[in-house]
Design a protein around this ligand. Sequence first.
Ligand SMILES: Cc1ncc(C[n+]2csc(CCOP(=O)(O)OP(=O)(O)O)c2C)c(N)n1
Length: 606
Amino acid sequence: MEYKYLDNIKSPKDLKELSCSQLKIYAAELRDYIVETVMRQGGHLASNLGAIELTLALHYVFDAPQDKLLFDVGHQTYAHKIITGRKKDFDLLRTNDGVCGFPNAKESEYDAFTMGHSSTSLSVGLGIARARDIKSDNYRVVSVIGDGAFTGGMAFEALNDIGASGAKMIIVLNDNEMSISKNVGAISNYFTKLRLSKRYSKFKSRVKRGIASLPFFGDKIMRCAEITKNSLKAVMQNKIMFEQMGIKYFGPFDGHDLHSLIEIFSSVKDKNEPILIHVATHKGYGYPDAEKNPDKFHGVAPKGEKSCFPYSEIVGKQLSDFADSDNRIVAITAAMADGTGLSEFALRHKERYFDVGIAEQHAVTMAAGLAKQGLKPYFAVYSSFLQRGYDQIVHDVCLNSLPVTFLIDRAGVVGPDGVTHQGVLDISYLCMIPNITVCTPKDGNELGEMLKWSLDFNAPLAIRYPKGYIKDYGNAASIALGKWEVIKKGTNKILLCAGNRALDAACEITDENVEIVNVRFIKPLDTEYLDSINKAENTVITFEDNVIKGGFGESVLSYFNSVGKRADVTILGHKDEYIENLDSAEVLNKIGFSKKNIENLLYKNS
Ligand SMILES: Cc1ncc(C[n+]2csc(CCOP(=O)(O)OP(=O)(O)O)c2C)c(N)n1
């Protein structure tokens, strides 16, 4: 398609030269180009399509990068990236040669903060606003947050503070009634009430009529917005939550009406108090398939992606099967039913399925409550998002020694989702907690065995696995607490492998002296086996897709040291640094998960 503006807009300054009708053409071009790129490269589609007009209006009215635009989660920043001089690199979206999929301060000064986890934008925004005021600087702060991200507790901690602070900042609530799937919870219901109010529709058109008679950027819009708000106030019996908290509320507005959005933002941009603008958008807007199925188009896989067997399907199927005959089983997700495989459980056991919103901390402690009363909760969650619930694991689950099972998906490196989503800390952060058991399967069959075994395990348990596995090792032997499995018998060279990525790399080695061990349990260690190999003539290599610090290899080394270390031990895992590389295979190769490197280590002295 011939684009009129796409290649010529190199910064928000260029954007400001356009008229509203030209902006609309540019919006259509952006939409077209984002669809084409995401279909090829993979990425977040529906959220980005829904935020195009909003992003254009923000860049039109505000002066980034001086003004700080913060996009919560940051998965909806594709238009922002293109507008801010990254069109060329957008062609290679989510690869090492292109832009990353989330805001990254290293990538551009327009990305005011590196982010990828939900519900942080209000806290960051208030921090920046306070710093501005302390330093007597003069710029504006805008936090754009979705209704899904609003279900996260951090958002409320921040609102509590923002309302009382009176700080000059703008919150834009991008309300599309969707998280990844349909949004859940009382707050979501409240937003729906605001959106659906009959008076809203009436006033929507009044606002539009009002705008039509205004000069561009006229401040009469404020009066219209006030009218809307006052009417809504009446509708909601004077109970607009934000206002009661000290945050001025305006809206809801049509989030795809560029003209109105520009007017609204222009009117409030210099208000010296916290403001919330509520805009209603459609996820997937302008692309019919995505509009119809916004959840399916939340994340799109790259064209021709090499597939693996997903672990999540086993979780969904097997837990649901067990729950047919075991009514203690309950399943919990923090807004990730599809990704973690719990959609099947949701269908089959609706009354024992809980989507708590993007609220990992709450999910963990709520699971503790369920377990305390004799139920058997399974919380399926991505490794990096479980970081949110750390104190809850320590204080609520493990201190109380409750049988909550964490099904930790996307453990290890995650590829194109990038630095914010890497799941390389969980072995370390879990293994230091008393009372918890941590295991990892070598393939789907073994995950099935672990799930079966977990049913009668009466203490905190974590099962960690990456998105999927490639090699199927056949029927899995039954599980015994703390016992490892020797996959291939050898003599004096021992490869201790935590998880399928480690084992697949080790199994490339066919030397008859090499013993290959499937470390099913990372905690507790199989000390009986370790005692048997702790000999001066033995070379031991440990493998984990986790940071070395505090990880599996260090536990092995620490055990050997405690009993008098004799074997030679090398630890393979990630270094003490954030992993920015978007190519998982490359990262694993770099840390030594390759035939060549393993051979180098094994035969270094020969
Ligand atoms: C702490 C955390 N948990 C889960 C996620 C996964 N996640 C990414 S986007 C998203 C939904 C966000 O919904 P919303 O804020 O309404 O934005 P929308 O995509 O609807 O525009 C979720 C659950 C995350 N990024 N961070």
